[in-house]
Write a protein that binds this ligand. Structure first.
Ligand code: ADP
Length: 306
């Protein structure tokens, strides 16, 4: 195989109560990438269509992630990467993660799969380090593995792919303002109280129990972020009103997608998720805020070869 074309999915990180540890993979939103073997050693980003992003290998997360993989193998192989970017950077649905994960997935396939999907996560995390300054895995893990993922530990890295209830759908609205992950991190408080920790742990456990028992109401009750959302939501226009509108339309619950400004809601069934989309959209239309909106089932496969 000399060339591979793939779909690199958008992802929702944090999922309310799982800051830096929970993530889920979307199905209807994502980039496309074409990766080719070349005779020239190293990595070249040959084309980026759709967004204005750095083309230099060391400044593009796709380039940095693949360089980390090749270094580990001590490989003399060469690759060029075309990125067809649909996920806007700074949207909070894992734009950088889609490129990092897609690039290492494609290169690994072209090299005859020296690494498992789990083993690719640390290389993709190098891309995240370039994008936001922190090598977090909560977007790259669901992009690579699909479904809901939990980063049980960062050191050593221990990522678990969890059950995804079949009727669970996500609605994601992206107000057209940009929040850089680095900025969204700077508003975080440095200290957390014991009381807040207890509330957060209860919800994290509840959400995971709900995923494994297909208990949609428990999932809804657990979609609460005691620690991060109160400081971050002030960066997002009409955050509380959008969440209320989503719940009024039947959503189980919702929160900030990744570091924002996208807001997500989870619903049981596509019909409700579509209704939630209409209600969220109406709220921003009334306020004359431009937005994009997506409805997606949970993508349990992750990256797909096209
Ligand atoms: P997101 O959370 O959607 O990934 P971030 O703000 O965290 O958005 O990351 C985007 C940053 O990464 C931007 O500064 C962007 O220029 C940089 N970047 C470099 N290469 C890429 C790429 N291939 N795709 C997306 N962002 C990239």
């Amino acid at each position: 195989m000399k060339e591979i074309k793939l779909f690199a999915p958008a992802t929702i990180a944090n999922v309310s109560c799982g800051f830096d540890v929970l993530g889920l993979c979307l199905d209807t939103v994502g980039d496309e990438m074409i990766i080719r073997k070349t005779t020239k050693k190293g990595v070249r980003i040959s084309k980026i269509i759709g967004q204005d992003l750095p083309i230099e290998t060391e400044k593009n997360v796709a380039g940095v992630a693949v360089l980390a993989l090749l270094k580990q193998l001590n490989s003399d192989a060469g690759f060029e990467i075309e990125i067809y970017k649909n996920i806007k950077p700074g949207s909070g649905i894992g734009s950088s993660a889609a490129s990092s994960a897609g690039a290492v997935f494609g290169v690994n396939k072209l090299l005859g799969e020296p690494f498992t999907l789990q083993e690719l996560i640390p290389f993709a995390m190098e891309g995240e380090k370039l994008a936001s300054g922190t090598a977090h895995a909560d977007n790259v893990a669901p992009a690579l593995l699909g479904g809901f993922t939990l980063v049980r530990s960062y050191n050593p890295l221990d990522v678990i792919k969890m059950n995804s209830p079949k009727e669970l759908f996500a609605t994601v609205i992206h107000p057209q303002i940009e929040i850089k992950t680095a900025d969204a991190r700077s508003v975080l408080k440095k200290k957390v109280t014991l009381k807040e920790t207890v509330i957060q742990l209860g919800n994290l456990g509840g959400l995971i129990a709900g995923l494994y028992t297909n208990d949609y109401d428990l999932i809804g009750r657990s979609l609460h972020d005691e620690i991060v959302e109160p400081s971050r939501s002030i960066l997002i226009p009409e955050f509380d009103a959008i969440i209320k509108a989503a719940k009024d339309a039947g959503a189980l619950g919702g929160g900030i997608s990744g570091s924002g400004p996208s807001i997500f809601a989870l619903s049981k069934g596509k019909e409700i998720a579509d209704k939630v989309a209409l209600t969220m959209a109406k709220a921003y239309k009334n306020l004359q805020i431009d937005f994009e909106i997506h409805v997606s089932k949970i993508n349990t496969k992750g990256i797909k070869i096209l």
